[in-house]
Design a protein around this ligand. Structure first.
Ligand SMILES: C[S@@+](CC[C@H](N)C(=O)[O-])C[C@H]1O[C@@H](n2cnc3c(N)ncnc32)[C@H](O)[C@@H]1O
Length: 367
């Protein structure tokens, strides 16, 4: 799967353990699906998933990993990938924009991406197979990019992996879960929340100012294939200036989150949030407590290496103060009905849970 800001790769086991402790949950809506790895993990356990994200590339990832079912796509997707891998390069918009005007990919790889992406539009593929093939191309390009993982900039010297030839592989598509057919939508989260009927809604919103469209603009263009006007050294799509998420602005975050929680109807809500987000733990409790009982699971992890090394002047002396060395990642479980004894007992067996947290302890707000 692609490198992704805020991906819940390491949290998937805790998310699935939590959901498995809840009786009667057979279907889940993932309202901010990103890489779709949460939905993919849950589909693999048999749940019926509705994955949603408002960006086209994230929707395509969810279409491939959540909506498409392996037996329906495996033969046609494998055949298409074989054809695409054999195509010679043909430079076009992608090469011009991301290999010559900027240096995100080596021109030989850019020309092959151009040829493959054009060819996909000429192939007679079902929507599910098409999504699998597009994801295969996105992931292949991700393996040979010359970035540190974000598309705000490319690295000065070519990354060693960028010299590898781009090569498509079949993504790990799953068979339908025992609880029914999963689906993917590309909607604003509040609209998706009002149009779903699942037992649990999982909310993993952006929690700071970093826009996903700006950080992954090349994937958006690769999927839309709309050859947009671009600006700046990173050749960002012109619509990065206008397509904004209200979750990326401190001023609009709380009201939008409140509206979203009110729009959900599932018996359970599960929210991922970090203590580096726009609102403190207390505020999230306040918003969720309007919908039901709130329980919190917390884990701590070391911050990125720069925070630990500290700030140095050009002669190597330590200057300034080192920021926080550890972050906290929370899962907020909100239950509209009190948890049963059995649910509590199973959750109790997991480390890190606080139960019935309805009010804020003032000292926590400043932690
Ligand atoms: C923190 S990431 C989700 C990461 C995901 N759980 C994973 O593990 O890959 C947040 C996602 O929210 C999406 N997003 C931002 N604003 C949105 C909105 N208003 N409606 C739906 N999705 C939105 C972004 O495109 C991004 O993929």
């Amino acid at each position: 799967m692609i490198k992704y800001l805020g991906s819940k790769r390491t949290l998937v086991p805790q998310i699935t353990d939590t959901i498995q402790a809840l009786s009667g949950v057979k279907s889940i809506t993932d309202l901010f699906s990103g890489t779709a790895r949460v939905g993919h993990g849950l589909k693999g356990l048999g749940y019926r998933i509705h994955s949603n994200d408002f960006l086209a590339y994230a929707h395509t990832l969810a279409h491939c990993y959540v909506q498409a079912d392996r037996p329906d796509v495996i033969d046609d997707a494998s055949a298409a990938i074989e054809i695409l891998n054999a195509l010679p390069g043909k430079p076009g918009y992608f090469t011009e924009t991301y290999c010559l005007q900027s240096r995100f990919f080596q021109p030989e790889n850019g020309a092959r991406v151009d040829a493959m992406r054009d060819y996909i539009d000429q192939m007679d593929l079902t929507p599910d197979v098409r999504a699998v093939v597009l994801v295969s191309l996105m992931e292949a390009a991700d393996r040979v990019d010359s970035t540190t993982g974000l598309q705000m900039a490319y690295v000065k010297q070519w990354a060693p992996r960028s010299f590898n030839p781009v090569r498509l592989r079949l993504p790990s598509v799953l068979a339908q879960g025992q609880h029914g057919k999963s689906r993917a939508t590309c909607l604003d989260a509040t609209i998706a929340a009002a149009n779903t009927d699942t037992d649990l809604a999982y909310l993993d919103p952006p929690y700071n100012q970093h826009s996903y469209l700006g950080n992954y603009h090349i994937w958006e263009t690769l999927i839309r294939w709309d050859a947009p006007e671009v600006y700046g050294t990173a050749c960002k799509r012109i619509d990065c200036r206008t397509r904004k998420s209200p979750y990326n602005t401190r001023r609009t975050f709380t009201a939008t989150m409140d509206e979203l929680i009110q729009a959900t109807t599932s018996p359970y809500l599960l929210v991922s949030f970090s203590d580096e987000g726009f609102i403190p733990k207390c505020e999230m409790i306040r918003l969720l407590a309007k919908a039901g009982d709130v329980h919190i699971w917390t884990t701590e992890y070391a911050r990125y290496v720069g925070a630990r090394i500290g700030i140095h002047n050009p002669s190597g002396d330590k200057v300034g103060t080192i920021g926080k060395l550890r972050n906290r990642e929370h899962l907020f479980l909100c239950a509209r009905q009190p948890l049963t004894k059995l649910e509590r007992r199973i959750l109790h067996a997991q480390d890190g849970w606080e139960f019935d947290v309805h009010r804020c302890i003032p000292s926590e707000e400043t932690v």
